[in-house]
Design a protein around this ligand. Structure first.
Ligand code: F1X
Ligand code: MN
Length: 440
């Protein structure tokens, strides 16, 4: 993108990007290798000797990857044929073309962080698909499931709250409905604290009753455009110009965060603020905790079979929404490419056209924010609209807790003040935003 500042990168020693590449990513790779080791017997029982050989192969490919990373070797093209291999390799050439003669090839600590971090997860996938018959093994499945199970108490409280709120939803006045909407939005925002890549794959579940903490968390919302979201949706409902109101949710993490998103999606339908919800997940295991179709279906099944009355009621409703086509799940390879979102119309015109059908799009989480903004060293006060660089399929809103050194659209002085009082404010997940872009 011409005229934009530099990308965040591992070149900046001591930055969050640098520390992620130096410490967090190798730690995740080690954990992946360990997971494969631990499933050795299972692979043997399922596939015999072939399973054992496949496990060894995957581990050796992953050890090689870890070594390339730790010794800052050039980023090499993908070799295994998969639906997105050519696009990835073209992108690699593009990164190469951005470098000066003397800079040589794209490297881990030298190239844009967004690119190398996405590339790392794509290489993990390559190691797995190069190792049949274990080529459909999700190396992060266990930790995603653990996150869900450890959040059981919170899941039940949320589901009970949703069912209670729905009983009375028809009778709510405008202001009360708005209050409930804001609650479910906040739940979905703070659900984003629970990703697993930030903690190096260690558990990061929700153990408290989030509903009771919302008030206390309010001061940590740095940008709050939720009024604009409300105006948009409540106007759609009031005017009823269209038979359908469609909200699209670009999902982030499975486990507890996914529950918070599904609860919000359910509330939107029950309150008639929306008539259909479209979800977008990842086609391959991604950034440890991101949602795949398998995770999406698994979570709904778990909720449906819960022993807790209100939780299972949610599960039954959710499965019905899917059956009736009121909830639609979409897969697209674009979400696991390294591209900034402004490139979507060229790289994935079909996906862009799909998103254009939405009345509003919610982008969950930190990685989506990095891709919306291009993961660059923007000034804190630059308008969100400007950094989107023409990416505007429909009105959109980012719901993100801050876990990377990037934030735009702040008030003058706000970022500097936070830096002075809390040097790590950008990366701990303590702060959050509802940042909207759309017609005023
Ligand atoms: O998108 P999410 O799940 O909110 O966060 C993904 C994330 O944990 O991964 C990176 C660290 O590896 C950071 O950009 C970011 O904090
Ligand atoms: Mn994530």
């Amino acid at each position: 993108m011409a005229g934009s500042p530099e990308s965040l990168s591992g070149q900046d020693v001591g930055s969050f990007a640098y520390l992620t590449i130096k410490d967090r990513i190798p730690q995740i790779l080690t954990k992946v290798i360990d997971t494969l080791h631990r499933h050795k017997n299972e692979f043997f029982e399922k596939h015999g000797e072939e399973g054992t050989e496949a496990e060894k192969k995957a581990i050796s490919l992953l050890s090689k990857l870890r070594n390339e990373l730790q010794t800052d070797k050039p980023i090499i093209p993908l070799v295994e044929k998969f639906v997105d291999t050519d696009i990835w390799n073209q992108y690699l050439e593009y990164q190469q073309s951005l470098m000066n003669e003397s800079d040589g090839k794209p490297r881990w600590f030298y190239s844009p962080w967004l690119f190398v971090e996405c590339y790392m997860y794509r290489r993990i996938h390559e190691a797995i698909i190069q190792s049949p018959p274990i080529d459909d093994f999700d190396v992060f499945k266990e930790s995603k499931e653990q996150n869900f199970f450890e959040s059981q108490e919170s899941v039940m409280t949320l589901c009970a709250y949703l069912q209670e709120s729905m009983k009375a939803v028809e009778e709510l006045g405008e202001e009360q409905l708005k209050g409930e909407f804001f609650k479910f939005l906040q739940v979905s925002l703070w659900g984003n604290k629970c990703d697993l890549s930030l903690s190096g794959g260690e558990t990061s579940s929700q153990k408290n009753n989030l509903m009771n903490s919302l008030q206390d968390l309010q001061p940590f919302v740095l940008v709050n455009d939720s009024e604009r979201l409300w105006s948009l949706l409540s106007n759609c409902k009031k005017t009823r110009e269209k038979a359908s109101v469609r909200v699209d949710i670009v999902l982030d993490n499975a486990g507890f965060e996914l529950i918070t998103d599904l609860v919000l999606a359910d509330f939107l339908l029950s309150s008639k603020l929306a008539t259909e919800i479209h979800f977008y997940g990842k086609m391959i295991p991604w950034f440890v905790s991101d949602t795949t179709i398998h995770d999406f279906n698994w979570v709904i099944k778990q909720v449906k079979h819960s022993n807790h009355k209100w939780t299972s009621k949610c599960g039954v409703d959710w499965a019905n929404y899917i059956k009736m086509g009121r909830w639609v799940y979409h897969d697209h390879l674009f979400w696991t490419l390294p591209h900034e979102y402004w490139a979507m119309p060229q790289v994935a015109p079909d996906l862009y056209a799909e998103l254009q059908k939405a009345d509003v799009i919610l982008f969950k989480g930190d990685l989506n924010y990095r891709k919306l903004t291009g993961d660059r060293k923007w000034a804190f006060t630059i308008p969100f609209h400007q950094v989107l660089n023409g990416f505007h399929p429909a009105p959109l809103c980012s719901l993100r807790t801050l876990k990377a050194e990037i934030q735009v659209g702040l008030q003058p002085g706000q970022g500097e003040e936070l830096t002075a009082s809390e040097p790590n404010w950008l990366t701990t997940g303590k702060y959050g935003i509802f940042q909207f872009d759309g017609p005023l």
